[in-house]
Design a binder for this molecule. Structure first.
Ligand code: ZN
Ligand code: ZN
Length: 341
């Protein structure tokens, strides 16, 4: 037999001498990198067959044949490798792939980077979703949370836990309850920290109640429920407090109510303004006009309705931010924006 490529005499494989056959047929098409999922909780690795508790060398030995494409006509391709750790999550593998075809064998050397992906295996995920110690409850103070607050608090808590970088800190589950949110958390400390952060960011009060829940290794285990009550008001709300109309200019650490008729601001502890009620109002920038009678009015930008404005604006003011209520128009200290009960 003659090789069709070089004409050499001797045994041929698909018309080629051994040398030309090996040159023409690589054993595998190696990728630049391979990803390997590893459970951060139990250390299992994910292979095609599922999660298994094996050591890293065995996982790599399973990963290579599962993920590296073998090229025909090579058969019974086997891999050997040497792994070098570049850092905790990156390995550089030097691999030999051995292919067989009829009486021939071919060895192909290549390098591949293995990226270890920290994640949670199915059973650890399940275990976590059942396990909790701390509970964080977020409610409104004498009211339901608004949909914006529910969204905002949820996003805030998820981001905090995500960024904590503590593998032991996790959220088991989140429940939407009537008017609020419950977070089930891996530790009591996490619940307390989150309660403080939520109340600082959204304005509210924190209380906590421990409940004995069992014994672990001879010591008593408590489940602590931390309750955050978000203040009744937001900055910009218009409220009636003890007969006077006021706008809320701050909610923490004190609630500051600015009397709309007099312009005078006073601060209160949140519990001292529980009886205040929100009032339907709009806040916008309006044209200010002086009538011949001497009265100063604000003009609604859409309806063009004129209403006397209090307190009286300084002379020459042509535009001002006003609070527009059924009772009249008032000069505001806040930027224009929606304010609805
Ligand atoms: Zn040849
Ligand atoms: Zn696991």
């Amino acid at each position: 037999m003659f090789c069709v490529e070089c004409g050499a005499e001797g045994p041929t494989y698909q018309g080629l001498c051994a040398r030309d056959f090996l040159k023409k047929h690589p054993v595998v098409a190696p990728p630049d990198f391979l990803d390997l999922d590893r459970c951060t909780s139990c250390g299992s690795f994910r292979l095609a067959s599922g999660w298994s508790k094996i050591d890293r060398e065995l996982a790599l030995a399973g990963l290579l044949p599962e993920n590296i494409r073998k090229l025909p006509p090579w058969e019974r391709v086997t891999f050997t490798h040497v792994a070098r750790e570049e850092d905790a999550n990156n390995l550089s593998l030097t691999v030999k792939a051995l292919g067989r075809f009829e009486a021939l064998q071919s060895v192909q050397d290549f390098r591949v980077r293995v990226r270890i992906k920290p994640t949670l295996c199915d059973s650890c995920q399940k275990q976590r979703s059942r396990y909790f110690e701390g509970v964080l409850q977020v409610r409104g103070d004498g009211r339901e949370l608004t949909p914006e607050e529910v969204r905002g608090v949820r996003t805030f808590v998820l981001a905090r836990v995500d960024r904590s970088g503590d593998a032991g800190a996790f959220i088991s589950r989140i429940e939407d309850v009537h008017g609020g949110l419950d977070f089930y958390l891996s530790t009591n400390a996490l619940g307390k920290t989150l309660a403080r952060e939520v109340s600082e960011s959204f304005g509210g009060s924190v209380s906590s109640s421990p409940k004995l829940f069992g014994q672990k290794e001879g010591r008593e285990v408590y489940r602590v429920t931390s309750l955050v009550r978000l203040g009744a008001f937001h900055v910009g709300d218009v409220v009636r407090h003890k007969g006077a109309l006021a706008e809320v200019t701050s909610v923490r650490p004190f609630v500051v109510l600015r009397d709309l008729a007099t312009g005078e601001a006073r601060r209160f502890k949140p519990k001292d303004v529980r009886t205040a009620r929100r009032v339907d109002a709009e806040r916008f920038e309006a044209k200010i006009e002086r009538l011949e009678s001497g009265q100063v009015v604000a003009i609604h930008p859409e309806s063009e309705e004129a209403r006397p404005v209090r307190p009286r604006p300084e002379d020459r003011t042509a535009r001002a931010v006003v609070v527009w209520t059924p009772e009249g128009a008032y000069l505001s200290r806040l930027p224009p924006g929606p304010s609805k009960a």
